[in-house]
Design a protein around this ligand. Structure first.
Ligand code: SF4
Length: 434
């Protein structure tokens, strides 16, 4: 039997990012019931009650062929009534298969940009790809690059304080952060036309970067200020495209590199075996940091597909004993858990849950790594301290594993001792655990 995708509808990666834009009112068009129900449910769960808009196209409307008219009427009504900066039209499986004439929609109504975002699951297989398509679609709509421009356009998911920290360092070498995408406003994208350099901080938005190269004609600087080597090289690489004073840039790069080295020396991971599985591209940077702190990371599993932006990071990781597995799925990761005696696993929720069952200290990527900075000295110290503290708690993970291994009825005994009058099966059904 073929392997099935183990995540929810890929389009949700895109819808989630669009819903986080404060001045956007995303319209989702697809099957009126199934897709929309799922997307609405998950949107409320993940995106703090931002609504999804939809013409709510029923099977009857699809059959009558009036779906496009309903969509167009809705776009006009929303633009005229609410005047958001942006109305992205997310076209999912049904509408894209039917082939609605999205080209006939207006590009602008008043000051509202109307942008078609194609997200059918037959060609968009992952959340990562769907997010890339959003940025790609928005970048294609940007006005032409300004003649007088300055500063660095940061591209990629990073911790909210990172652009501020990066800006502080860039100002020491004579430049600044111009904008950061994906950002919470359409203006964050529009500001890209004022930047002089694009800096994709990790190998995630590969299709968008291709489009930026075609449209903007700006120089690109790859990598990020993470780890000793990465911080030094990234700062140095800005000198030439921005025509900065090389002596000042070299001095600041050396200072920041030495600070990161000092931070790492206080949190060594020598000899530890760490497994890393991530999905938004900055797992490449995390592994760099772990390796520089002395950990063995035999492979990096990433949901990102192999792309030119990843080549440099992949080469660096390869030189340091780490193989990159692109598009690896959950089953492969589970199988690899018994490859060697891992001291720590950093990955998705189900992978970490499985690691814990085996008594391996585990860190949830989304909850614990993506919610902190890895950049410069402070970021390195914070992330490495988290890993050392987690590994130091190994005894607790062993107790959990023993608890489940010793007696298969242990869980039941615990439940019944808490609530002796409740039937366990009914209790679990009531709590939707089974
Ligand atoms: S858009 Fe496609 S993959 Fe997503 S929920 Fe609808 S039918 Fe399923």
């Amino acid at each position: 039997m073929g392997k099935q995708p183990s995540s929810m509808c890929p389009a949700f990666g895109a819808v989630r990012n669009l819903l986080r834009m404060e001045d956007a009112m995303p319209i989702v068009i697809s099957s009126g019931d199934g897709c929309l129900y799922g997307h609405t449910f998950v949107a409320h769960f993940y995106v703090a009650n931002r609504p999804i808009y939809s013409p709510g196209v029923s099977s009857e409307v699809w059959a009558k062929g009036s779906a496009f008219d309903e969509l167009r009427a809705m776009v006009y009504e929303m633009a005229e009534k609410h005047a958001p900066a942006l109305i992205p039209i997310c076209s999912l499986c049904v509408s894209d298969t039917v082939g609605l004439p999205f080209d006939l929609l207006p590009k602008q109504i008043g000051n509202t940009e109307i942008v078609y975002v194609p997200l059918p699951a037959y060609s968009v297989h992952t959340h990562a790809r769907a997010k890339d398509i959003v940025v790609d679609s928005l970048v294609w709509r940007l006005p032409p690059q300004r003649k007088t421009r300055a500063g660095v356009n940061l591209i990629g998911e990073i911790f909210p304080s990172d652009p501020i920290k990066i800006d502080e360092v860039l100002r020491k070498i004579g430049t600044h952060v111009n904008t950061h995408v994906p950002g919470p406003r359409w203006a964050d994208y529009v500001a890209m036309v004022d930047g002089a350099v694009n800096a994709p901080l990790h190998p995630f938005y590969s299709e968008s970067v291709k489009r930026m190269k075609m449209k903007q004609g700006l120089p690109f600087v790859e990598g990020a200020p993470v780890g000793i080597d990465g911080t030094y090289r990234w700062i140095l690489s800005l000198a030439e495209p921005l025509k900065l004073d090389p002596a000042i840039v070299a001095r600041v790069a050396t200072e920041e590199r030495d600070r990161v080295a000092a931070a790492i020396s206080g949190h060594r991971l020598d000899g530890l075996n760490v497994m890393v599985a991530g999905y938004e591209g900055h797992e490449f940077l995390l592994v760099r940091l772990l390796i520089e702190a002395g950990a063995n990371v035999p492979y990096l599993s990433t949901a990102v597909s192999s792309n030119p932006l990843a080549r440099e990071e992949e080469a660096w990781l390869g030189e340091h004993g780490c193989k990159v597995l692109y598009g690896a799925n959950f089953e492969d990761e589970i199988a690899a858990l018994t490859d060697r005696p891992y001291d720590c696993v950093i990955g998705t929720t189900p992978l970490c849950a499985h690691a814990k069952e085996l008594g391996i200290p585990a860190i949830y990527y989304t909850n614990a790594i993506a919610t902190r900075s890895m950049m410069f000295a402070d970021g390195a110290a914070d992330v490495l301290a988290l890993v050392t503290q987690t590994v130091a708690a190994k005894g607790r993970y062993d107790r959990i594993a023993r608890f489940f291994a010793e007696d298969e009825t242990a869980l039941e005994r615990t439940y019944t001792s808490w609530a002796p009058k409740i039937d366990l099966t009914e209790h679990l059904i009531a709590n939707q655990a089974i």
